[in-house]
Write a protein that binds this ligand. Structure first.
Ligand code: G16
Length: 560
């Protein structure tokens, strides 16, 4: 790094000192904390995004969001050139610069890292970063800090894309690096046109099904509601009613996918008159989606259709299309491409969903929590479907499988036979265009759910009946130091502190179909407890016992 660059970083970083006593980690999905302490972190993340752009000679992204967290929190995450999460290899560097105590130390860290990574300013291509933010009031000033970070790298440019859902920003980064159209309008056009295309391939007899009728969407008082309104207009005013679009209520407070999935109660703004209607909830930055229906006998309770069931619906549909492809056509049995279909879950996946997916004959693999892990695993398949129970997930298609589908489509177009196979090919291609290939996306996920329900002629009840969830309970426990908990085997086993796992095993053994684990959250300062068992009272009791153990082993005593 030359002296000019050094002095530029020194000067700008002295405007963004690290607040006293702050220690941050890149965590499950970027840096998150109370917004008031984040300016220096976001400034430094701006530099990080620029260095990543220089290293890869591609455009990168930076999103200001704390997603499902409370409105006073905020956060920042980097989108890699693929549109996915920042490569995990750079996370230690991200942690190091975020916590660097002085401008001089900060410059030294960057200098060393640039040498190690062989990052040069070659004068050919400068760093280029797309910036986005969610609706949090703190977003505006934090975005400014990010810009100043980017501008601290000589020649770097930052383009402010405005208020976006997190998946939109990731989608734009991916699209730009593939030389595709990448404006917000392009995003809406791609989603709406591929949705219409998919629905047009629905067999006629099923079109007029019991799935006709309204969908009500809880926008978590975040960015998703407003964006869904735009999509709705592009879909001939599809029958979607958006509630909690942020005009009145507070972001993620008593609303949104995280609240609905964890508490299993109706979000604010939903009532008795909604019984029988298909409902969905987005989270604060619209990267998560769950469905639900209001119970007729108890209007505060819901029948939850979570990420596991969205995954199951998608897996069933994809498997059906692959079976049609393999069907003996009039003159063609295709055996030259055995698509590898895999599904990826985490320890939070309800045991009943895993059983169901295995019964379908699917390969199910597990990773730790965090879409960065699931996405990486899913990318190993021709079609990799990943979902966390909390509603975060997508479907990935390999380039080679997409090429094969396109070739097969051309081949079938020239024949008068094989119409059903061609439709299956076209459906799979439409799904690959509809569902966000960069990251989990509530809006594209919602449209795919709607298209598949129409295809199958299913109500939300039919869908929910795919299998019955084992009763489960999730709790949070505040402890002295959550990093004291170290887990293994996709977070199903605690390896540190010693003896706590043995104590958890003793509790689990008391309950039929009992299962429980603890793990440190990567987005909140808590330990999370998950428990499931054959009946709700047992799941509750197991979760409470394990939360008490966490208190005993880790300090404080505030489980709940
Ligand atoms: C983020 C991650 C998800 C993860 C969630 C909760 O979601 O992207 O993969 O499941 O945090 O993580 P943890 O349990 O570690 O707090 P979001 O929607 O907040 O970006």
């Amino acid at each position: 790094m030359d002296d000019n660059q050094k002095s530029l970083i020194l000067k700008s970083s002295s405007q963004y000192p690290l607040p006293q006593g702050v220690k941050l980690s890149y965590g499950t999905a970027g840096f998150r904390a109370d917004a008031s302490i984040l300016e220096s972190t976001v400034f430094r993340a701006g530099i990080l995004a620029a260095l990543r752009s220089l290293k890869t000679q591609s455009l990168t992204g930076l999103m200001i969001t704390a997603s499902h967290n409370k409105v006073t929190d905020n956060g920042v995450k980097i989108a890699d050139p693929s549109g996915g999460m920042l490569t995990q290899e750079w996370e230690p560097f991200a942690d190091a610069i975020a916590n660097s105590p002085t401008p001089q130390h900060f410059v030294q860290l960057i200098d060393e890292f640039m040498k190690k990574e062989n990052i040069r300013f070659d004068g050919v291509r400068s760093a280029e970063i797309l910036l986005g933010r969610d609706t949090r009031p703190s977003g505006e000033s934090l975005l400014e800090a990010a810009k100043q970070g980017v501008y601290s790298i000589v020649g770097a440019t930052a383009t402010d894309m405005g208020i976006l859902t997190t998946p939109q920003l990731h989608w734009m980064v991916r699209a730009r690096n593939k030389d595709m159209k990448a404006t917000e309008l392009d995003y809406f056009v791609q989603l709406s046109s591929s949705f219409r295309f998919l629905v047009d391939l629905t067999p006629n007899q099923i079109k007029m099904s019991k799935t006709d009728g309204k969908l009500i969407v809880d926008g978590a008082n975040g960015v998703g509601g407003e964006k869904l309104e735009v999509l709705k207009k592009m879909l001939n005013n599809m029958d979607i009613e958006v509630r909690n679009s942020g005009k009145e209520g507070v972001l993620n407070e008593g609303v949104g996918a995280d609240y609905v999935q964890k508490e299993k109660v109706v979000p604010q703004g939903f009532h008795l008159k909604d019984v029988g209607i298909r409902c969905a909830s987005l989270d604060g930055d619209a990267d998560r989606l769950v469905y639900f229906s209001v119970q007729s006998n108890n209007t505060s309770k819901i029948d939850l259709v979570d990420g596991d069931k969205i995954l199951s619906l998608f897996a069933l549909f994809i498997k059906e299309q692959l079976s049609i492809l393999k069907m003996e056509g009039d003159d063609h049995v295709d055996e030259n491409y055995e698509a590898r279909l895999g599904v990826v879950q985490t320890a939070y996946a309800n045991g009943a969903s895993t059983d169901y997916l295995k019964q379908l004959g699917l390969e199910v693999v597990f990773t730790p929590t965090g879409v960065k892990y699931l996405h990486e695993k899913a990318a190993e398949y021709d079609i990799g479907i990943y979902f966390e129970a909390n509603g975060h997930g997508t479907i990935l298609f390999s380039e080679s499988f997409l090429s094969w589908l396109n070739a097969r489509n051309n081949e079938l177009s020239s024949k008068s036979k094989g119409l059903e196979q061609q439709k299956a090919v076209l459906r799979l291609l439409a799904v690959s265009n509809l569902i966000n290939q960069a990251v989990g996306d509530a809006l594209s996920g919602l449209l795919l759910v709607e298209a598949i329900l129409q295809y199958k002629g299913w109500s939300i009840h039919d869908w929910s009946e795919l299998y019955h969830d084992l009763p489960s309970r999730q709790l949070k426990v505040k402890v002295v130091d959550r990093t004291a908990v170290v887990t293994a085997n996709a977070e199903t086993v605690v390896v540190r502190p010693p003896l706590i796992q043995e104590a958890i095993n003793v509790e689990v053994a008391k309950y039929p179909r009992g299962r429980s684990f603890i793990r440190p959250s990567g987005t909140e300062d808590v330990i999370r407890v998950y428990a499931e068992a054959s009946i709700q009272a047992a799941a509750d009791s197991l979760a409470n016992s394990v939360a008490t153990l966490a208190d005993q082993f880790l300090g404080f005593g505030n489980s709940g």
